[in-house]
Write a protein that binds this ligand. Structure first.
Ligand code: HEM
Length: 348
């Protein structure tokens, strides 16, 4: 009969508990905050691993192609993204545990780390890449060259490049948004635009919506109308094409319709992840300023200055979040044709 499974074997506890090797002390009597420093980093990396696991699962759901917006798949994807949000909330709070270490305590062992740094966290880079942050969007790209001391190794860099080259969550979400069938002619054939003829290939819904948006703008915001045309009909925004931007706006506008509950939750979770990640960037940046002031980082970047730069630049879903710029009041929204509302209610 096989031996009973033992708790510590199941979770490989010995390996984890014997994986703290401080550089500044070997006996407990000489111990300092390096133990906390190592454990906090390890806990982060474990949570990063779980985030990557969930992200890959969500990506696989979307990679499989046609996803029914009310299917189990969609609610699983939303559930996993919300879980990632909860993990991010937790790891944001963990910053304050490390902040119980003072800057003088940190100096006890800081120089022994050189040139190691969180900058070299491959898992953090994988999360960013799998979400959809591209190298071209990064602040101070020169820091990422693997030949630079303090950057990722060549092997790790290659793995991050590969993740960036695979379908990122953002690309998959864009494809899904572009497939939205709600502007098919069959649903709209009996509707006329309230506000005039269709302009070129611009759908009648959008002719009405653009007019309603125009009336909603205050005098000092009239430039937004040109932006509206650019974002939803000409260029799109960032790397999100116009059709996907239109679908994101449409879902956000009509999220009260049953079929849009899940898609809206999905878009909302993406904005939430972006926000929580930037909260982490902010907390980490503030902690770094407290710990080392304006000194360069162990990883050789300018330190707090570099981190502050990433804070304003490193977002994956900025375009989706900024759809809010183009919303109007609920009561001013164009009415949808009956054929469409019937289609999107739960009587399918
Ligand atoms: C005393 C605490 C800490 C200090 C002083 C510190 C300092 C820094 C500095 C200066 C950088 C910029 C790169 C460099 O030149 O080294 C950096 C980057 C980074 N650190 Fe920390 N760090 C601390 C704790 C942590 C913790 C607990 C984590 C959790 C994993 C972490 C993860 C990262 C990551 C992921 C980056 C890259 C950020 C990016 O490029 O956007 N750091 N850190």
């Amino acid at each position: 009969m096989p031996a009973d499974l033992y708790y510590s074997d199941y979770i490989d506890l010995d390996k984890i508990l014997n994986s703290q090797h401080p550089k500044s002390f070997s006996s407990l009597e000489d111990g300092n905050d390096e133990m906390l420093f190592i454990i906090v980093h390890q806990v982060y990396e474990l949570w990063f691993k779980q985030i990557i696991f969930e992200l890959d699962l969500v990506r696989r759901i979307f990679i499989r192609g046609r996803i029914n917006d009310n299917s189990d798949d969609m609610s699983r994807a939303v559930n996993k993204l919300k879980r990632i949000g909860k993990i991010l909330e937790l790891i944001n709070q963990q910053v304050s545990v490390l902040e119980t270490m003072t800057s003088l305590d940190f100096l006890e062992f800081r120089n022994l780390l050189l040139p190691a740094s969180g900058f070299q966290s491959k898992q953090f880079r994988l999360i960013e890449a799998k979400l959809g942050l591209k190298m071209g969007q990064r602040y101070k790209r020169e820091y990422y060259k693997h030949t630079r001391r303090g950057s990722l190794t060549e092997i790790d860099s290659r793995e991050v490049d590969q993740a960036e080259g695979e379908s990122t969550l953002k690309e998959l979400i864009i494809e899904w948004l572009e497939r939205m069938p709600f502007f098919d002619k069959e649903y709209w054939k009996d509707t006329k635009p309230k506000s005039g003829p269709e302009a070129g290939d611009r759908h009648k819904f959008w002719v009405d919506y653009r007019n309603a948006y125009e009336t909603s703008l205050s005098k000092n915001e009239t430039g937004r109308l040109m932006e509206f045309d650019k974002v939803f009909f000409e260029e799109g925004r960032g790397d999100v094409p116009p059709a996907a931007m239109r679908a994101a706006l449409f879902i956000t506008l009509y999220r009260n319709l049953p079929i849009f509950h899940m898609p809206f939750e999905l878009l909302n979770s993406l904005s939430e992840i972006d926000e929580l990640l930037s909260n982490w960037r902010y907390r980490h940046f503030m902690m770094v300023r407290r710990m080392i002031g304006l000194r360069v980082g162990t990883g050789g970047t300018s330190g707090a200055g570099y981190l502050e730069g990433t804070l304003s630049q490193h977002y994956a879903f900025r375009e989706i979040t900024e759809v809010a710029t183009f919303l109007i009041e609920r009561s001013k929204r164009p009415m949808l044709p009956t054929a469409l509302t019937e289609k999107v209610s739960f009587n399918l």
